[in-house]
Design a protein around this ligand. Structure first.
Ligand SMILES: CC(C)(COP(=O)(O)OP(=O)(O)OC[C@H]1O[C@@H](n2cnc3c(N)ncnc32)[C@H](O)[C@@H]1OP(=O)(O)O)[C@@H](O)C(=O)NCCC(=O)NCCS
Length: 435
């Protein structure tokens, strides 16, 4: 099998492969046009193709290049998308081989992480990606939200003036976050056009200047500058069923969060119902006077439902020492004089395995020391041994080392508590972009 980057002459053929693998409204011509125009995260230059010995196109995938923040550390990340294998070539390991080639290519260009959205989690788990982050899907009545007074600072976004402040607000939040990516102008154009999935070409300029068609209502919280925004999509329905869907809500402060929530509450007469995918840290339920969804049925006997947990992103560490060097390790500076040893089973990327001796940085902003542990003199306070997928989840603060051990996914020697606190993350993994 010959795996390499795609050439312009292959555009139609790749588009046809994807149209078959991902059936939907998009035609082959739509897909070809997206490859040519570049789409949200990149076009043909991101595509890897696999050709068999007879020269037939057997598979393809996209490897986007992004910057992702892991516990606040910006790291180059490979977004893996559109992995597809032609039906005749399936169930012979080509999908896995393509993913392996994607990982190799990404490592060669210096990527430290990789994120994807799986068709089936266990498929990618075997290849080293682990589920990271969850959202809570709330259906609620807008009348159950508090009418925060701060809502007076919210007004409809004006384009083009507000495009840059909105992007800057997102970037400030993203750069402190655990999981969010940096967004360029292109990504913003798609987001503001309400085309998060990037399924059709758009005119960036028209969208960003406010001249293009937008499906959504964008509002900003502006008090001497934009400190929060929400992208809201009205979903039609008869008056009593009309709903406002919160596509994205980003707030830098509690005040701007309250402002945006209060703004939603004020729409109750127009849109009785709301839909919001909240981050766990929002404690959205605490804002609702009645946390039960509209028209619910009882759960268990006397319990009632609130939110549904939804999952999606999977994270892989492509370069273990680089990721551990960059990711802040806790606890605070007073008690940083400890050493850990990490051993990661990674049959796809043996260079990741270590074992690695880790000495957390003595000062905030410094990198941790990560070096091969062989022949070291000092004995570590804790040693963690696990597989690549579980390691990614521990590094993301998604799964504690002690829980991984209890679940039979890791072996811990020494202080599990120290490992738990070292890999603590201030917020849960959160990736609002889907690809
Ligand atoms: C998903 C997809 C890419 C998988 O491609 P593939 O080449 O068949 O994948 P693999 O061969 O690596 O793995 C598929 C299965 O075949 C098994 N397999 C691989 N080689 C094998 C072999 N030599 N003998 C028997 N089984 C084998 C794998 O273990 C895997 O089994 P599982 O069902 O237990 O997980 C392909 O089905 C596809 O294009 N689907 C439509 C698009 C899609 O959903 N893409 C995913 C986007 S995230």
């Amino acid at each position: 099998m010959d795996i390499r980057f795609a050439r312009p002459a292959e555009t139609e053929e790749i588009a046809a492969l994807w149209a078959e693998a991902f059936p939907g409204k998009r035609t082959i011509a739509d897909r070809a046009r997206m490859l040519e125009t570049g789409g949200r995260y990149g076009g043909l230059e991101t595509v890897l193709v696999a050709r068999d010995a007879d020269g037939r196109l057997a598979g393809a995938c996209k490897i986007y290049r992004m910057t992702q923040h892991l516990a606040g550390a910006p790291l180059p990340m490979m977004g893996l998308a559109a992995v597809a294998v032609a039906p005749y070539a399936r169930r012979r390991g080509l999908g896995a081989t393509l993913c392996g080639a994607a990982v190799e290519e990404a490592r060669a260009r210096g990527d430290v992480l990789s994120t994807l959205y799986p068709f089936r989690p266990d498929y990618y788990e075997r290849l080293g990606w682990g589920l990271a982050g969850s959202l809570l899907r709330y259906r609620f009545r807008l009348e159950h939200l508090p009418e925060y007074d701060e809502a007076r600072h919210v007004h409809p976004a004006r384009l083009p003036e507000d495009a840059e402040p909105i992007a800057a607000c997102y970037q400030r939040v993203a750069s402190r976050s655990n999981g969010a990516i940096a967004r360029d102008r292109r990504i913003w154009a798609y987001r503001l056009a309400g085309e998060e999935l990037g399924v059709r070409p758009i005119d960036d300029e028209a969208v960003l200047t406010g001249a293009g068609p937008g499906k959504d209502r964008i509002v900003v919280c502006d008090r001497d500058g934009v400190s929060g925004y929400a992208i809201l999509r009205p979903t039609p329905g008869r008056t009593r069923e009309a709903a406002l869907h919160v596509r994205e809500l980003v707030a830098e402060t509690e005040e701007s969060y309250r402002a945006l929530i209060g703004h939603l509450a004020a729409q109750r007469d127009q849109w009785p119902l709301g839909l919001h995918y909240a981050r766990p840290e929002e404690r959205f339920e605490e804002r609702l006077t009645d946390p039960r969804p509209p028209r619910f049925t009882a759960s268990r006997s006397l319990y009632f439902p609130t939110a549904t947990v939804v999952r999606g992103p999977m994270l892989r560490v492509l370069d273990v020492p680089a990721a551990v060097r960059a990711r802040p390790l806790f606890p605070g500076s007073e008690s940083r004089g400890y050493q850990l040893v990490l051993a990661v089973q990674d049959s796809q990327v043996p260079a990741n395995e270590g074992p690695w001796r880790v000495i957390p940085a003595a000062h905030d902003g410094d990198s941790n020391v990560v070096e091969p542990a062989k022949g070291g003199a000092t004995s570590p306070e804790a040693r963690l041994q696990t597989d690549a997928a579980t390691f990614a989840r521990i590094l993301a603060g998604e799964l504690r080392a002690s829980d991984a051990e209890r679940l039979g996914r890791a072996r811990v020697e020494g202080s599990a508590r120290l490992l738990d606190s070292a890999f603590h993350a201030n917020e849960s993994f959160w990736l609002p972009d889907e690809f």
